[in-house]
Design a protein around this ligand. Sequence first.
Ligand code: BGC
Length: 260
Amino acid sequence: MSEQWAVGIDIGGTGIKVACVDWATGTLMDEQLRIPTPQPSTATNVAKAVGQALNELQERSRHTIPDGIRSLPIGLAFPGSIRRGKVTFLGNLDQSWVGEDVSTVFSSVTGAQCLFLNDADAAGLAEMRFGAGSQAQDKSVLMLTLGTGIGSALFTRGELYPYTELGHITVDGKNGERYASVSTKDREGLTYEEWAGRLQKYLDQIVLLTNPELIIVGGWISSQHASWLHLIDVPVPVVTAQLHNDAGIVGAALFAHQHA
Ligand code: BGC
């Protein structure tokens, strides 16, 4: 059984979610553990918090992990990009990560092999395998995570083109994510109608640029789709994510299993 286990970690600007996952079924083995993101959120501080979370997860687990949690593949989803091992772009975390080889930093601080990927890519991998994209392996699919930022993951024939940052396209002369993210909706006190108007402009642009056959929208607001999805009109089916809060963790664990 334990050969089907991996750890998924989703690092965000305010919180970190951690769980052991059965990557073959996409289910969490225990309830996810949530800890606040340490401030300042430098790579070393976050790595220390992750190390403690791994210990706690092992202590709490209903399952006995034969060789300990650090023997499992560990995948970390984060809001940014990596090229040749180094962070090249970072969203909502301390900018000192840029230029760092975070796999090496995290592996040496936590004492476990840490494999990184983008958080929207992780959510997309999980949705394509277990969720809203599982019947769309033959299509071009765009996954968007709508939250503090806008994350993107592009798939064609089930293959991921990693580290796209399509939340940052320009819409109405502004950065798309600053224009249409959920945090902007909250900050500016926009109604669903007002926000959907902005999301519509964002989607018009992104559909033109990427030409997908299916769009999957994730993030908390996708669970509120009854309030806004009918206001959106694009020439492509738009469906909501199915793994909700677990998508990033499940995708990170799946990725770790595939790349360990
Ligand atoms: C980051 C992306 C990330 C998205 C969602 C954006 O600010 O640039 O890498 O996927 O937020 O967290």
